[in-house]
Design a protein around this ligand. Structure first.
Ligand SMILES: [Zn+2]
Ligand SMILES: [Zn+2]
Length: 340
């Protein structure tokens, strides 16, 4: 089969690899029908050391079940399934707590940018899309494997409810998803911090009430002005770099919450009096347990309440994966849909 492998920074290629085979009775084999490139794929794209054997890429997928292991109960051959970016058994203490990304049998996918993929703990992991679902909904359904529900997780962890003032730091696909999620959860004021107009325009359509293009001191001043000097109840940080975190603790309202879903590219961050402690601010967030939300949000996509697939502004065949990475790295594309 064909699969995208990364061989070093800036070097992603589609190569021929052996077809994956089911090795455990709890696994399923799927033929990937929709995948995409994630902002987090750009981290190795920038920094991966030369790797002659290649690293398999991709963790967001929809596929059709081709084969199931002997113990798989909820999936049958021919089902179309959404596969979250992390697998989980659905039964352990952490899964029951809704923290599926910490499942004791869990792990994080790579290899979704390929024609076929093995889904471990298929019953716990994959969610079936109802038969007959319109093909045009697939991009939005694909966002339930990661990007929309990552934004949703940011909003949930941020305590966003009706009437809340929310600031989203970052105008990438996750930030835009967080805007949409905050609106769904009833936020009244939604400030989007970002400076790429194609993205902030979409943010406006998805629910942002204010846009702040400035960064640093000017950005902080702008948010404080919009919030009447109070700051934001929830700051949803969807970038992962230190300046975004610093922005977040400076604009969070006393008693408010910073919710991070941008994969932190730093190990140390201030938590003392000048950042979190003095404001009684809560710091939360982490890898989104999208499986915990998936079945609840699925109907909203199926009935058209939300259309989170709008973050996909380009579509390319798997063969053109190198171009997909280039477009996202150069910010010419917000998020690229891949058709294996
Ligand atoms: Zn992702
Ligand atoms: Zn578990």
């Amino acid at each position: 089969m064909k699969a995208a492998l990364m061989f070093g920074a800036g070097d992603v290629r589609v190569v021929e690899v052996p077809d994956p085979v089911i090795q455990k009775p709890t696994e399923a084999l799927i033929r990937v029908t929709y995948a995409c490139v994630c902002g987090s794929d750009l981290h190795p794209y920038h920094g991966l050391a030369d790797t002659p054997e290649g690293v398999s890429m991709g963790h967001e997928s929809i596929g059709v079940v081709e084969e199931v292991g002997a113990d798989v109960r909820t999936l049958v051959v021919g089902d179309t399934v959404i596969v979250p970016f992390a697998w989980s058994d659905g039964t352990c203490a952490f899964c029951r707590d809704g923290v599926h990304t910490s499942c004791v049998h869990g792990g994080f996918f790579s290899g979704a940018q390929a024609e076929k993929m093995i889904v471990p703990y298929a019953d716990g992991t994959a969610v079936v899309v109802p038969a007959g679902t319109d093909e045009s909904l697939m991009p939005s359904l694909l966002t339930l494997s990661d990007v929309y529900l990552t934004g949703y997780h940011a909003a949930v962890r941020g305590g966003v409810t009706a009437g809340t003032t929310v600031t989203v730091v970052g105008d990438g696909a996750v930030g835009l998803s967080a805007v949409l999620a905050a609106k769904q959860l009833g936020a009244e004021t939604i400030i989007l911090m970002g400076r790429h107009t194609a993205r902030t325009d979409l943010g406006r359509e998805l629910g942002a009430t204010h846009l702040v293009a400035e960064r640093g001191d000017d950005g902080v001043a702008k948010v404080m002005e919009i919030t009447g000097g109070l700051g934001s109840h929830a700051v949803l940080e969807a970038v992962g770099h230190m300046p975004a975190y610093e922005q977040a603790y400076r604009i969070v309202r006393p008693g408010g919450t910073i919710s991070r879903v941008g994969l932190p590219q730093y190990e140390d961050a201030p938590v003392g009096f000048g950042s979190l402690f003095g404001k009684n601010a809560t710091l939360t967030g982490g890898p989104a347990p999208v499986r915990a939300y998936l079945e609840q949000i699925l109907p909203q996509v199926l009935d058209g309440t939300i259309n989170p697939g709008r973050v996909f502004d380009r579509e390319l065949p798997l063969d053109d994966i190198a171009q997909a990475y280039r477009l996202m790295d150069s910010r010419e594309a917000i998020k690229v849909l891949i058709r294996p």
